[in-house]
Design a binder for this molecule. Structure first.
Ligand code: HEC
Length: 149
């Protein structure tokens, strides 16, 4: 049953992702320990924009995650509740998880949002492009860091 659910989610995620096309070349970043200490853009993101992105279905987060988002009726139950993520993880760790979640769990179902290598089943119009832009990653990191409780 769990396998079937994950498979269905994968299809939904793939469909949603193709709607959220963001064209951008990857910027280089440095992994230090279990995180990326410096913002991908060189400057911190905007938490309000990050919140809007996390709640948007096309960013796919809430297909899997739930969180302290009272206005969203249907939230995912395949991944941890996001409340307190800003206390459990540093900005550096949050950034690396969004960039490449497989660094934390090689078998994860969470997409790598800022990675283009080593991915299977990427549609032609998606090859070579990350799912989210560097700015979007930074906005989401800034928002997740505010989820302290
Ligand atoms: C296909 C499902 C899926 C999607 C989509 C997804 N995640 Fe995840 N995420 C997971 C799972 C599962 C975990 C638990 C750790 C693991 O298995 O990698 C996780 C872990 C996390 C964690 C750490 C949670 C904790 O406190 O332990 C954060 C933060 C997070 N995800 C944020 C996001 C954000 C932000 C997005 C959207 C940009 C997103 N995730 C999209 C499945 C998903």
């Amino acid at each position: 049953m769990a396998r079937v659910l994950v498979h269905i989610t994968g299809v939904v995620v793939a469909a949603a992702l193709s709607a959220a096309a963001v064209a951008e070349e990857l910027r280089s970043y440095t992994i230090t320990g279990d995180g990326i200490a410096e913002p991908l853009t060189g400057v911190p993101g905007d938490p309000a924009r990050g919140r809007a992105l996390v709640l948007e279905r096309t960013s796919t987060c809430i297909l899997c995650h739930s969180g302290p988002f009272d206005e969203v009726r249907f939230q995912g139950d395949l991944a941890p509740h996001l409340a307190g993520a800003g206390s459990r993880w540093s900005r550096s760790q949050l950034r690396l998880r969004l960039v490449d979640a497989t660094r934390f769990n090689a078998q994860t179902i969470m997409p790598s949002y800022y990675r283009v290598d080593g991915l299977a089943r990427v549609g032609p119009s998606w090859r070579g492009k990350p799912i989210l832009s560097a700015e979007q990653i930074e906005d989401i990191v800034a928002f997740l860091a505010t989820l302290k409780d």
